[in-house]
Ligand binder design. Structure first.
Ligand SMILES: [Fe+2]
Ligand SMILES: [Fe+2]
Length: 296
């Protein structure tokens, strides 16, 4: 995927569907290293999943704080769709995180710490900066999500079918709503210097949080101490990881381009294809969606 230059300042029409769907893991005999038997990737995926519920609640609050200032009816509809989708993601990742906690991952500690940190930050002034943090992290989730949807190697890593389903559903919707927080920020602030400064600070914070909690996960895993060489091999294998590539890094850094817009990385065909694969007439998850709410 290559970026195309931004041309249209207006918010394009975008239909966002909230799909109420549940995933279950109770009867699945889940191993601690459920991601391809790989200790480091299992820890990383668990940490990311543990960050989602509080992270997405924060995104919703950051966007909702500006709802009254959004005049464009199309953007207002998209905000409603964004909130609906993120609420469902939080609910399903909480269920998955409970399962991960039973396997020994520190998902509850991550959830509590993050929730405390976000709420503490919201007692301080800086509403526009929080929205900019949300837009920056939405660029991260969209980039990671579109890598999963585009790269077969990334999907092959998620060896447990139900976990792959959870992440594919989440990835599709992250790609569908990737521009909403950004467009709200542009509509209510548009301060390019703040947007890019916040992205740099968010990158440092996000990497620090993921690396430190992954380290905690690995250090509290008895297998790390029994088979330290396996962990070292797993760390070395990150060089081959489809999410750790110069291309992914280039996409992440593209956000700092002055005229950047999330839609510059056009995912129209990608999302259409995955909507069909997952939720089309013969879609793999179509029969499991309890209800859908479309915004346009
Ligand atoms: Fe999400
Ligand atoms: Fe999102």
């Amino acid at each position: 995927m290559t970026p195309r230059p931004s041309t249209t300042p207006a918010v394009p029409q975008r239909k966002l569907t909230t799909r109420r769907i549940s995933f279950g893991y109770a009867e699945t005999a889940l191993a601690r290293h459920y991601v391809s038997g790989d200790p480091v990737m299992s820890a990383v995926v668990s940490v990311l999943s543990a960050l989602f519920p509080e992270g997405e609640d924060f995104f919703v609050r950051s966007v909702r704080a500006y709802r009254d200032r959004i005049t464009d009816p199309e953007l207002r509809r998209q905000v409603a769709g964004f909130i609906g989708q993120e609420a469902m993601h939080g609910r399903e990742h909480r269920r998955f995180n409970d399962r991960l906690a039973a396997l020994g991952y520190p998902t509850r500690a991550i959830d509590r710490t993050l929730g405390w940190g976000f709420k503490a930050s919201e007692r301080l002034p800086g509403r526009a900066r929080r929205l900019a943090v949300t837009a920056a992290l939405e660029h991260y989730t969209a980039t990671l999500a579109e890598t999963l949807l585009e790269d077969e190697r990334a999907r092959a890593i998620l060896t447990v079918g139900e976990i792959r389903n959870l992440f594919l559903w989440h990835a599709l919707e992250e790609s569908e709503h990737k521009a909403v927080a950004f467009d709200v920020f542009q509509a209510v602030s548009g301060n390019d210097r703040v947007r890019r400064w916040v992205m740099n600070a968010t990158t440092v914070g996000f990497v620090a949080v993921v690396v430190s909690w992954t380290t905690v996960s690995l250090l509290t895993d008895p297998a790390t101490w029994r088979h330290p060489l396996r962990v070292l091999r797993s760390l070395a294998a990150l060089r081959e990881n489809p999410w750790v590539t110069p291309e992914v890094w280039r996409r992440l850094r593209d956000y700092n381009r002055r005229d950047f817009h999330p839609d510059d990385w056009d995912a129209t065909e990608l999302t259409a294809r995955w909507r069909e694969v997952l939720f089309g007439a013969d879609g793999a998850l179509a029969g499991r969606v309890a209800t859908t709410t479309a915004t346009a």
